[in-house]
Every structure is written in C-alpha cells, then in structure tokens.
Ligand binder design. Structure first.
Ligand code: PRX
Length: 655
C-alpha cells in the first residue's frame, strides 16, 4: 500500500469557491450519502419526483434485489425519456442551444436549439413509426459523431423503441452479430464518416453486415459527405433528409413504464460473445441527470463537453442523456484530439467557452507527450470542472491535466463507472472532495462499495486494504439484464459474490478511506479506454485457417494504458505465409471480426504455449512475459513443457 500513502492531496479548486456556488459541499455530501444508504426510499423518491417529469407517478421506490436480479425502481411510474430531455426545455426556452456540433474540419460548427431538436426528434420518431417500429422494438444505430446520432437515440425513446448503438469503429461482422442478436428491423447510418481527416465507409460496412441480417427492412442514411458513389438499395434504404422532411414536426411522446428498456449496449465480457447490457428508463435517467448535475457541478448556462463517442456508454450518459436531462448545452465532437493539430481540444474549449470537459486518460497522456505549447496558448478560463474516465489515470497525467488544462483553478474528477453501472459510481464531487491524483476517491450517493477477498468472498474491512470491488446495494441506474440472457447477467454480476454486485475490478482503500481502482481482475482488456475481451480477440485469431491456438494478454503501454499482445501457434501442416505476412493477415482477421481498434500491438508466433499438464494455457505466465516481468514467473516446473517459457521470452524480447 506504500504507493497510496504519501501522495499530495489537493483542496477544493479555486474556481469552485466562487460563483456559481457548487451544489454540494463536504458536509452535504457526507450527510446526503449517509441518508441515501439509510433511507433509500425517501432519498431516491424525492429526487425522482424533483428531477424527472412523470406521466404517471410511482408509488413504490424500490423493489426486488440482487438475489433474483429483479431490481426495479419506481415500478408503477410512467414517463418518456425524450420528453424529459427535450420537450421540458423546448417549451421553456426554445432558442437555448441543446447541441453544438463541432465537425471534423475546424471552422465548421452548427448549433441545434432545443426547439429545433424537438422538431427533428419528432420527425424521425414519426418516420420510424411509419416503418412499423413499435414500443419495445430494437433499432440499430451505426452512426459516427453527428447531431443525428443524438436525434436518433431520442427519437427511439420517444416512441418507446429500444436503441442499440454500435460504435462506428466496429467491423461489419460485429455489426451483423449485434443486429441479429437484438432482432432489429431498422438501421440508421451515414453515407460516410469523417474523423481526423479520414473518411470512414460506414454505409458499405452496413451493406456488408446486412447481407446476413434478413430481418432488417429499412436503412435510414444520413448524408454526411455526399459522396455520389454511395448507393441506396431500392426498397430498403432512404436518405434521412427525405424520410424526415415528409413527417409532421410533432410526435406525441409515448409514456413507458419506469422499468421498460431504454437501450441495449453491447459490451465485452470474459467470453467471446459480447453481452447486450440492458438499461431501463427511469433509473438510468435519474442516475445520469444527477451525476451530471453534481459530479460536474452543472449550472443552467453551462456548456458540457464530453469527448467520448456516442457508441460507448460514456457517450450515451454524458453526451446525450445526462446533459440534456439538465437542459444544458452538450457538445458533439466529430474529430480527434490531434486533428488538425494537438491543440484541437483546447481550441474547441476556447471557441465555445466550454465549462465542463470530460475525456479519457489515454488522450491526456497523448497530449502531454505532444507538448505543452499546444495547450498553453488557448484561453481555458471558461472551464470549471474537468473529468477523466475509462481507466486508471496515472498521477503524472492527472497533474499535467490539473496544471495545463485546469490551470490549477478547476476541479478534477476521476470518475469510475462501467457500461453496466449506467452512471458514475465512485468520484470526487467538485465542491466537496479533496482529491488525490490517481484515486477515484468516494462513492456517489446511493453507492455502498465494499472490497471482498477474492478467495473467501468475505468483506475486507478497515483501511489500507485491497480486494475486488463490489457494491452492496442496488442503485437506480444499474443495468437490469443481459438481452435475452438473464442467466448470464446473474452469473456475471450478481452470483459471483452473493448479495453483491461484482464489478470485475480490483481496488484498494487507503488510510483516508479513499478508493483506488486497480484495473480488471477478469479477462477484460482496457485499450485506450476501450473495453475488449481477450476471448473475443482469441476467437478472431483462431478463425484464421492456419492458427492452431491463440492466447491474448495485456501489456502495459505508455499512451493507451494497456495494449494487446497476442501469442499464436500454427497448425502443423500450415505452410502459408512467413511470419511477417502472417502478422498482416492476422491483423486483417481481427479488423474484420472486431474492428481496427482491437489491433494487437504485438503478434508473436510461438512454437507452443505454456500449458499445464492437463492442457490449460497459462495466460498468467504470458501476461508476465509480455509485461517485461519474465524474471518473476516463480516455479514453472509443473508446466507440460517448461522449456517453452524461455523460447517465448526470447521471441517476446525480439522486436
Ligand atoms: O476497469 C474499469 C475501467 O473501465 C471499465 C468499464 O469499462 P466500460 O464499461 O467500457 O466503461 C467505460 C466508461 C465508464 C471498468 O470496469 N474504468 C472506468 N473508469 C475508470 C476505470 N478504471 C479506473 N479509473 C476510472 N476512473
């Protein structure tokens, strides 16, 4: 625990001691957190009435529990997510800007007001209805970052349809699998995408995927680049503009039950098959609304910039739902932190006078490496709160963020959460928490985190201890099931340690009770904040005709946090490519099966893999070798062939 002991602690940031006054201070945080655990019905009932608009009020606050995985919040209530995110603000102040769209090319930006957003959401919702989409039906959204992505999410929600966004970096195979799994009949995409000056052939990826999705009847295509070579398939595809312009500019929102699903989002687990994580409506909206308000200390005229992609949970919760639930302005950013230069983020903050900025440690590390001059020249005085998410942030990156972006004036929030938690669960609060670089600090309201001994499952109490991180009690925005596989939900999250939600992360609690997230304890990798399963990459590799076995492990990387290191053995009779061209083939296989973001940093062709006598691959040994800790392997004499270890070390050392 020595590494957690002596770090510097940072007081409340100067800008949070001025106007506007932060919503929470140290004593209100503590008393509200205690109340949220002691009287959850009273605590959450009050907030749900205050923060959500209901068509039918709820009577019960909480029902069910972890044992059967039948958690339900506000069960008799009915509401509509798009009404809550759009109509409420559009009626009050239609000219307020809801979305700032900052396009890939600097200088191109558009604003969408709440009034315009209501019209756009209504028109698409009406069009979807005409295509036969009904309450409970799934719609696949395969869109890069554009305002239409937000409109699509909300249009689905308006008619009670369930959106399932597939990150536009996924390959056609991944898109196909997700489209088939959630039984979608409609897909929304663009002709092409633009990112970092490059063009992404989204429509042709959709076309390839849909060859094997017989249920899909309609494709709506947003015209982004206008490339004339992009073809529409007659009878199936229509331009977004044509589809929407025919429709009436108002669509009545359909009230849904609090527990009706709002969306499915596929995420990687410890098996090869991604899970369709299902979020419900009321609890999710409450969690995202509340965390935007308090974790980012958002006030009425704020402009919130979350630089994630809408294809991941961070984009769902902190580009779309959370900011719009608070009626503030949200940024949709199409580009990258380094396009056209490494000052792009800061130019955007400066240009739009962004007040909250939220990104991942991998971007912070990249920008830190590229030099201070890019950030120092921008006027960042509008910022109050800057956040980090997705992976542990190393203290050096935290301090750089604080000094050069926050200028030692802003609150830094290292926010810990997951696709499954729906919203932030462990985090500092800007006006309340003294921060320590590298620690996500304290639980948000309603969260009762515990550390468990991984072997015995017993709670590890006291401070200066480590264990696996679990949550003792249900909270409103937690995922309710895995689509069409409730058993998997139970087995993954609720049954490993009975009575708790299991996060899959290891964590430590320091002498002050602060929580430090240490990373996954399962077979999930975190590359640039993107979540990948080793099994998924391994099964892609094995689909190559020459590959006999594959084992994928994480290796540390200065920029991306973790990188992928793949070990493969070839079939005895394989006499195909040489090592070099084989590596290229294997990269292609992964890009086709998953997507470019899953490309391994190293692929090592080995004569064999370290295995037990019963034939189990010892990934632990490979992990150590890939992490340059090959001298800490301990006793390997029980392996079927101990001599393989040295051979693999040698191959790994060779660049
Ligand atoms: O390992 C944790 C890491 O990201 C995982 C969740 O990934 P995903 O579902 O893709 O959601 C990412 C965005 C919420 C977690 O199990 N993680 C997330 N935030 C942090 C983190 N690790 C350390 N510190 C964080 N702040």
């Amino acid at each position: 625990m020595a590494e957690y002991r002596e770090v510097q602690s940072f007081p409340i940031a100067p800008r949070l001691t001025q106007n506007p006054k932060p919503h929470v201070n140290d004593s209100t945080y503590k008393s509200d957190h205690a109340a949220s655990l002691k009287n959850p019905d009273e605590f959450w009932g009050k907030l749900a009435r205050e923060m959500l608009s209901w068509d039918v009020p709820f009577r019960t606050v909480r029902a069910g529990g972890f044992e059967n995985g039948d958690v339900a919040w506000f069960p008799e209530g009915q509401l509509n997510a798009s009404y809550n995110c759009v109509d409420r603000w559009a009626y009050k102040n239609p000219d307020k800007v809801a979305i700032i769209y900052e396009a890939d090319e600097p200088g191109n930006h558009e604003e969408v007001t709440y009034g315009q957003l209501l019209v756009q959401v209504s028109q698409l919702a009406n069009a979807l209805k005409k295509m036969g989409v009904k309450k409970g039906d799934s719609v696949i959204i395969y869109l890069p970052m554009c305002p239409q992505a937000i409109v699509s999410l909300l249009a689905c929600a308006r008619i009670g349809a369930v959106h399932s966004v597939v990150f536009a970096g996924f390959s056609s195979d991944s898109l196909r699998d997700r489209t088939v799994d959630c039984e979608a009949r409609v897909v929304i995409t663009t002709d092409e995408g633009k990112r970092g000056g490059r063009t992404i052939a989204t429509k042709s990826i959709v076309d390839a995927a849909l060859k094997e999705c017989p249920k899909v009847e309609h494709v709506i295509v947003v015209k982004r680049t206008g490339n004339e070579s992009v073809q529409l398939q007659k009878g199936r595809d229509q331009w977004w503009g044509d589809v929407c312009s025919r429709e009436r500019a108002f669509c009545p929102p359909v009230p849904v039950n609090s527990e009706d699903p709002l969306f499915i989002l596929y995420t990687s687990g410890s098996t090869g098959k991604p899970k369709g994580v299902v979020h419900s409506t009321a609890g999710y909206l409450l969690g995202t609304a509340l965390t935007v308000k308090h974790v980012f200390d958002v006030h009425e005229n704020d402009k919130f910039a979350c630089m994630a992609d809408v294809g991941w949970i961070t984009g769902h919760s902190y580009i779309c739902y959370g900011p719009l639930m608070n009626g503030v302005t949200t940024l949709v950013f199409e580009s990258t932190p380094v396009y056209p230069t490494a000052s792009r983020y800061w130019d955007v903050v400066d240009k739009h006078k962004i007040t909250q900025f939220y990104t991942a440690p991998t971007s912070i590390r990249l920008l830190r490496r590229l030099g201070e001059e890019h950030v120092n020249k921008a006027d960042l005085s509008s910022l109050r709160v800057i956040g980090s998410v997705g992976e542990p942030i190393n203290p050096e990156a935290w301090e750089w963020y604080n000094k050069h972006v926050g200028r030692e004036q802003c609150a830094i929030v290292d926010t810990y959460w997951q696709t499954e938690t729906g919203s932030i669960i462990i985090t500092p609060l800007p006006g309340a928490t003294k921060t320590k670089p590298g620690s996500a600090t304290n639980p948000f309201w309603g969260i009762d985190p515990v550390l468990l001994d991984p072997q015995t499952g017993k709670e590890v109490t006291g401070n200066e201890v480590e264990g696996v991180l679990a949550i003792r009690n249900p909270w409103p925005s937690m995922a309710r099931t895995v689509f069409n596989d409730h058993q998997r939900y139970l087995e993954t999250y609720l049954h490993p340690y009975r009575g708790y939600y299991f996060t899959g992360d290891g964590a430590a609690r320091d002498k002050d009770g602060y929580i430090w997230i240490k990373g996954r304890v399962d077979d999930v990798l975190n590359v640039s904040g993107h979540r990948l399963s080793t099994a998924e990459i391994e099964s892609a590799l094995i689909s190559h005709p020459g590959v006999a076995e594959a084992a994928v492990v994480a290796m540390p990387d200065e920029t991306t946090g973790q990188a992928i290191c793949a070990y493969v053995t070839m079939k005895g009779d394989y006499d195909g490519a040489t090592d070099d061209s084989l590596t290229k083939e294997l990269v292609l296989v992964i890009r086709k099966n998953i997507g470019p973001f899953a490309t391994p940093k190293r692929i090592i062709v080995a004569p064999d893999l370290p295995k037990t006598r019963s034939g189990k691959i010892m990934r632990r040994i490979l992990r150590k070798i890939a992490s340059n800790e090959g001298d800490q392997l301990g006793d390997v004499s029980s392996l079927a062939d101990p001599s393989i270890v040295d051979k693999i070390k040698e191959l790994t050392a060779k660049k």
